[in-house]
Design a protein around this ligand. Structure first.
Ligand SMILES: *Cc1c(COP(=O)(O)O)cnc(C)c1O
Length: 219
């Protein structure tokens, strides 16, 4: 992977950085701009450059941004943070896509609330393919055994799998991890893969990611 440029030059402005990534991502891979912690004017600038999909991990921060940006054309908001059961309804109301659904119990709760609200969110199931105390997610075995119950949840549009690579892997190990995730998704018939962040997006793209979640490399 050494020959691949991993990110734009440090001095580049946001418009050029967005363009830099757009030129390098394959057409099958979307760019999710992870805007958590970013001020509103940065989001406005990104929207001005044609970016529509934004990832946020804190509910309150996202709600205030959504209100402050209500004058813009509708944006595509993705929830990428840890999903707490008591905030499930609010997350459903504010986000069309959820990347971090990490247990069957939570999926069942989300499904019930989505049907009550007349919503049908796009959902990625978060999987944890290597031990990582800092992360949650289905193990591959749990996902396989929970899969029939997950498929029965008509209130959720389960589109794919999401994973976060643990720190400290080599490039080859990252590719291997992302390929394992792709194989699991294809075994379940799921078309989308939310994989790759600023530090490992080239490996995720190589393994077939359809959504890279870029924060620090972009903003
Ligand atoms: C913050 C975050 C990102 C973006 O991370 P960068 O390394 O800044 O690109 C992506 N995914 C999740 C789940 C995050 O919490």
């Amino acid at each position: 992977m050494e020959t691949i440029e991993r990110g734009p030059e440090p001095g580049m402005g946001l418009a050029d950085r967005l363009e830099w990534f757009r030129c390098r991502l394959p057409p099958s891979c979307h760019l999710l701009a992870v805007s958590k912690g970013q001020p509103l004017d940065r989001l406005r600038e990104a929207v001005h450059c044609g970016q529509r999909s934004f990832g946020e991990s804190r509910l309150q921060e996202a709600i205030s941004k959504q209100q402050a940006l209500a004058d813009l054309p509708p944006l595509d908001w993705h929830f990428i943070g840890r999903l707490q059961a008591n905030k499930a309804r609010a997350v459903l109301r504010k986000f069309g896509t959820i990347h971090s659904l990490d247990s069957l119990v939570l999926a069942q709760r989300l499904d019930r609330i989505a049907r009550e609200e007349g919503l049908r969110p796009r959902v990625f199931l978060q999987v944890k393919l290597r031990p990582d105390p800092a992360k949650t997610g289905f193990s591959a075995e749990d996902l396989r055994s929970d899969w029939p119950a997950l498929q029965a949840l008509t209130g959720l549009d389960v589109v794919g799998l999401m994973t976060i690579a643990p720190l400290g892997l080599t490039s080859d190990q990252q590719v291997n991890l992302f390929e394992t995730c792709r194989a699991l998704a294809s075994e379940l018939g799921l078309p989308e893969l939310s994989m790759g962040m600023s530090g490992d997006w080239p490996e995720a793209v190589q393994a077939g990611s359809t959504w890279v979640r870029l924060g620090s490399a972009l903003f």
